[in-house]
Design a protein around this ligand. Structure first.
Ligand code: MN
Length: 296
């Protein structure tokens, strides 16, 4: 076989270090599409709804141009944790990026797995953990799910600078008195305000950029803005597992995408009093969310 001729000045011949080699100029052909971010709220094993939401995102951009940030509580409680796993894997195969964050239920799930490993029998595990594990085993996705949840548990926060500024995703939230850096990892995952007390986003001034969280199921997404109309705090947990919605925030587009839940409404777990879609029609609509799209 003839040796391939090297084009002068284009590729570095092996071992040549005398400076004769010049780096070729990079050329960009066609429009450059910058990857766009979609942060998705607590999925809780609602695989069907997750699939619909991905469909809504795919109507905006090709999967390979999207970076999904799933903010935790991916599998627990819902009927289709297997489908959630499957769709994450499929997404990655299509060239889309998916970042998984740690929620309190990822820690619980891995703890349950650890207990199984020490010889504890399935029936001794808490019911929701046991059911999730059984559903995953039935679909032969248990090992893969453990791998992905271990991956999630390693990421407490995701911080990024986009054209729209600095933004951070955590599962639970931050302590506004301590700021993002001063908030413990435990609080970033578990921060939840008791009923009647102000939520962290009501006391946060935006000094650490936009903070996006989930964890507290509310009938409406929360989207706080500063005086210059820039988003400062977002809660995307709209109680899909309790019959609400599954919600995504498109960071670069500054808009919300939602799909209705297939799950029965659990009024004890989520207050639906102000939901425009579930409550009686005279109830007020969302006062702080704009550009919202309902996908069906
Ligand atoms: Mn949670």
């Amino acid at each position: 076989m003839r040796p391939r001729r090297r084009r002068k000045g284009w590729s570095a011949p092996d071992g040549v270090t005398d400076g004769r080699w010049k780096r070729p100029r990079l050329s960009h052909q066609g429009p450059t599409i910058v990857m766009q971010h979609f942060v998705i709220g607590d999925i809780h094993g609602c695989g069907e709804e997750f699939g619909w939401l991905l469909g809504a995102i795919d109507r905006i951009l090709e999967p390979e141009d999207t970076h999904l940030v799933l903010l935790g509580d991916h599998l627990a409680k819902g009927p289709r944790p297997d489908l959630v796993i499957r769709k994450i894997i499929d997404r990655r195969h299509l060239g889309g990026r998916v970042t998984l964050l740690c929620g309190n239920h990822e820690l619980r799930f891995l703890e349950a797995i650890g207990r199984l490993g020490t010889g504890i029998a399935h029936p001794k595990l808490p019911r929701s953990d046991r059911e999730t594990i059984e559903l995953l085993e039935k679909a032969q996705l248990f090992e893969l799910a453990v791998e992905l949840m271990e991956e999630a548990a390693r990421t407490i926060q995701y911080t990024m600078v986009s054209a729209c500024g600095l933004w951070t995703v955590v599962h639970g939230g931050i302590d506004p008195d301590e700021g993002l850096d001063g908030t413990s990892d435990h609080d970033k995952i578990h921060m939840k305000t008791r009923r009647g007390e102000p939520n962290w986003w009501d006391r946060y001034d935006g000094s650490d950029g936009l903070i996006i969280c989930g964890h507290k199921p509310l009938p409406e997404p929360v989207l706080r803005r500063d005086c210059r109309d820039r988003p400062t705090a977002i809660n995307l947990d709209t109680g899909c597992i309790y019959g609400g919605h599954l919600t995504a925030y498109h960071v670069e587009g500054d808009r919300l995408l939602q799909v209705r839940s297939l799950q029965p409404i659990d009024r004890e777990r989520i207050e639906f009093a102000v939901s425009p879609t579930v409550a009686p029609s005279e109830a007020p609509a969302a006062w702080d969310a704009r550009g919202r799209t309902y996908a069906s």
